[in-house]
Design a protein around this ligand. Structure first.
Ligand SMILES: [Zn+2]
Ligand SMILES: [Zn+2]
Length: 167
């Protein structure tokens, strides 16, 4: 989700290889990193595939886009245990696989879980008028409407308050 939001409202937030390093550090991404322009381009290219899943209609249309994502990903199941997660667990790829491949496979599997748990309604696009960020609604009553990237909830509340005052 955070990866998709590195491109939102027509703005690019993954401009340089340093931006990518910051992003991967922030999300504690382990394994191989090249620090090259090619790697940056490959990671950026994953985003529209993820957004397509978000924007799809529920059910079969979304499943089709998830399958496209799964089909394009590289797979090489890899049993691992590392500092970030000490219990043994399965990664879809070895740590030597390109980071874009690993992100794509991991996101594909995350979407599979969303479908299996019948949680599609939690995949949302920010309700603020000028915002294209995506969000996952983890709230119990599924009431989250605004993203966390741009203070959208506050902005909309202020706008609604002003509109009420005018009326
Ligand atoms: Zn892991
Ligand atoms: Zn927003």
């Amino acid at each position: 989700m955070a990866l998709i939001n590195t491109h939102r409202d027509g703005e690019e937030y993954l401009t340089t290889t340093a931006d990518l390093t910051d992003y991967l550090d922030e999300w504690k991404t382990t394994g191989r990193r090249d620090g090259t322009g090619a790697e940056l381009a490959a990671v950026r290219a994953v985003r529209p595939l993820l957004r397509a899943v978000w924007e799809a209609d529920d059910g079969s249309p979304r499943a089709a886009r998830i399958n496209a994502l799964l089909d394009g990903a590289a797979w090489r199941p890899y049993l691992t245990s590392h500092a970030e997660m000490a219990e043994w667990h399965l990664h879809p790829n070895s740590p030597e696989a390109p980071v874009a491949d690993r992100l794509m496979a991991e996101c594909g599997l995350a979407f599979v879980d969303v479908m299996r748990m019948d949680e599609e309604q939690r995949l949302r696009i920010c309700a603020a008028q000028d915002c294209t960020a995506v969000l996952v609604d983890f709230s119990r009553n599924r009431s989250k409407r605004f993203c966390d990237t741009g203070n959208c909830g506050n902005r909309e509340h202020v706008a609604a308050y002003r509109a009420r005052k005018r009326a």
